[in-house]
Design a protein around this ligand. Structure first.
Ligand SMILES: Cc1cc2nc3c(=O)[nH]c(=O)nc-3n(C[C@H](O)[C@H](O)[C@H](O)COP(=O)(O)OP(=O)(O)OC[C@H]3O[C@@H](n4cnc5c(N)ncnc54)[C@H](O)[C@@H]3O)c2cc1C
Length: 518
């Protein structure tokens, strides 16, 4: 590598979340590349991170950006909490650990929109490369990747009854979410190893940090990109009150997530020029799509049942089975999800019964059509952005949400759950008509924590990055995280972010991507 200044890299990655950890580890495999990784948060020292059952307690803690949405008309003007990890490991340090790749049709839709190379068959070798699947290798699973994946060996008895109830209403039993079929009854695959959460930093980054060509800059907040003409040269950071600049020759890669990446672009004058002007930022590069196309999965808390006997505590993370339900035949992606949670869960609108006395069937729809935006509230980078997911704006979303409530109630009322069910608490007998049921949904809607889409990949004029993840119209600048998803995948999105970053690392290193699966 020769003698180079400490602030000079080949690749500089902004954000050490799911995508950032994969990129840092894979790019630094090449000893000739000098790789820098910048993270606003600090080391993952909070002891609750490792305990799978304590994940809800991390929300609002010192490792959470603790974003809030603007009031949502579609959910009775409620403001929604949007936790995001601010720590080495990013949101994988506080997520719920479910690993679901998505449906093949999700990725094939990306290809149909011009994102060549990002179809399911293209990504399957990368899903496999990323994992060590506890039950062993197969045509769908790997046994030598950095991320260890387990299946619950001692599932909760309510979860077992839930899966039987699903079969009673017609859901097939399937092996796992990440095999030949996604829809059906199965246990979740979890990112837990030896009883402890495995963050993406544990899986990918920590082992790679032994390399001398990889440097982690934690507690450094990236505030603006340094542009010279159309070339991005580097990034300005704030670290303990000091300004620092780092530079990269072969690429600055934003992996700051669905909120962080567009926010950094906007603060750097890259985005809708007219909108930037109104808050006093002069546009360096007019890119109207930055921050747009925000969408997220909604869940509901929920269809809550009082139990006829004590509900034991979960041995895992309280939610051991997501059931995907198809509306349109097996080649289409499922439109509905019902999750079995062995605790009472609802929103601030209701008082939940005590833990151990009730269980919840959370439900949601998988392909929202409503689109919102991330915008800046101020040119001051300390002010959080305005987050508007525009929940339930589209009638398709409201109708599918109603259908999801119906599916949850059908499962909840099925014979297999009779031994646990004392009575339905929510929505309860009053919510019979469509208007009452919709009003109930507006009160119990909450995020499934899967925002995507704000730096959309595509080939049209409103796309932010091209299919090589390069920011359109600029040089030496890339985005690689959940923000580039053109549209959301059926399941929780973390697995797809990992596969995206795995393939991106090959493209950035100039390596031929793995051959698509047949
Ligand atoms: C509570 C919760 C539960 C979830 N449960 C699941 C689940 O069970 N399964 C699943 O698949 N997904 C789940 N998710 C979602 C999943 O974890 C995320 O979608 C995924 O981690 C996103 O990866 P990312 O790389 O895009 O962003 P992140 O992992 O969020 O990483 C972004 C990183 O960039 C850093 N950063 C941001 N801005 C800056 C800046 N200006 N300067 C420096 N650093 C910056 C952040 O601190 C963070 O470390 C959950 C998320 C949450 C919050």
């Amino acid at each position: 590598m020769g003698a180079q200044p400490d602030n000079w890299f080949d690749f500089l990655i902004i954000g050490s979340g799911a995508a950032g950890c994969v990129l840092a580890a894979r790019l630094s495999e090449d000893p000739s590349l000098r790789v820098g990784l910048v993270e606003a948060g600090g080391a993952a020292t909070n002891p609750l991170i490792a305990d799978p059952a304590r994940w809800p307690a991390l929300q609002g803690s010192d490792i959470d950006w603790a974003y809030r949405t603007v009031p949502q008309r579609g959910t009775a003007n409620r403001v929604h909490d949007w936790p995001r990890g601010r720590v080495v490991g990013g949101s994988t340090a506080l997520n719920a650990m479910a690993h679901v790749r998505g449906h093949p049709a999700d990725f094939d839709r990306w290809v149909a929109e011009g994102c060549t190379g990002w179809g399911y068959r293209d990504l399957l070798p990368y899903f496999i490369r990323s994992e060590t699947y506890g039950p062993g290798a197969s045509e769908y699973h790997g046994d030598s990747g950095p991320l260890y994946l387990m299946r619950p060996s001692d599932p909760h008895p309510v979860t077992v009854a839930f899966m039987e109830a699903g079969q009673e209403i017609g859901a097939p039993a399937i092996d796992d979410h990440n095999g030949a079929r996604l829809a059906g009854a199965t246990l979740n695959t979890l990112t837990i190893r030896n009883g402890r959460r495995q963050t993406l930093a544990d899986a990918y980054l920590t082992p790679a940090l032994q390399r001398t060509n990889l440097q982690l800059h934690a507690e450094c907040h990236a505030v603006a990109l340094r542009l010279e003409g159309i070339r991005c040269r580097g990034v300005r950071l704030q670290a303990q009150g000091k300004n620092i600049e780092l530079f990269a020759e072969r690429g600055i890669i934003l992996a700051a997530g669905t909120i962080g990446s567009p926010t950094l672009l906007l603060h750097s004058g890259i985005g809708p020029a007219d909108e930037l002007r109104t808050i006093g930022i002069s546009a360096r590069h007019d890119l109207p799509g930055v921050g747009r196309n925000l969408h997220d999965h909604l869940l509901a808390g929920g269809n809550v049942y009082r139990a006829r006997r004590p509900v034991p505590a979960s041995k895992y993370q309280h939610s051991e089975s997501l059931m995907y339900i198809e509306a349109g035949g097996s080649s289409a992606a499922p439109e509905i999800v019902v999750a079995c949670v062995v605790l009472p869960v609802t929103t601030e609108q209701f008082v939940p019964p005590p833990p151990g006395s009730a269980y919840t069937l959370m439900f949601g729809f998988t392909h929202p059509r409503s689109r919102g935006a991330v915008r800046l509230a101020s040119a001051d980078e300390r002010v959080p952005p305005l987050i508007d997911p525009n929940y339930l704006a589209e009638s398709y979303d409201r109708e599918t949400y109603l259908a999801a409530l119906e599916a949850a109630q059908a499962i909840g009322g099925a014979p297999a759950l009779a031994g646990w069910r004392a009575e339905e608490l929510l929505p309860g007998p009053a919510a019979t008509g469509k208007a009452e049921r919709l009003a109930f949904l507006q009160k119990v809607a909450f995020t499934h924590h899967h925002p995507v889409g704000t730096c959309r990949m595509g080939v049209d004029s409103r796309a932010v990055v091209d299919p090589n993840l390069a920011v359109r119209g600029l040089e030496n600048l890339y985005v690689c995280d959940a923000s580039v998803f053109p549209s959301i995948t059926t399941g929780p999105v973390n697995a797809a972010v990992i596969a995206l970053a795995e393939r991106a690392s090959d493209l950035l290193r100039g390596r031929r991507p793995l051959a698509p699966a047949r």
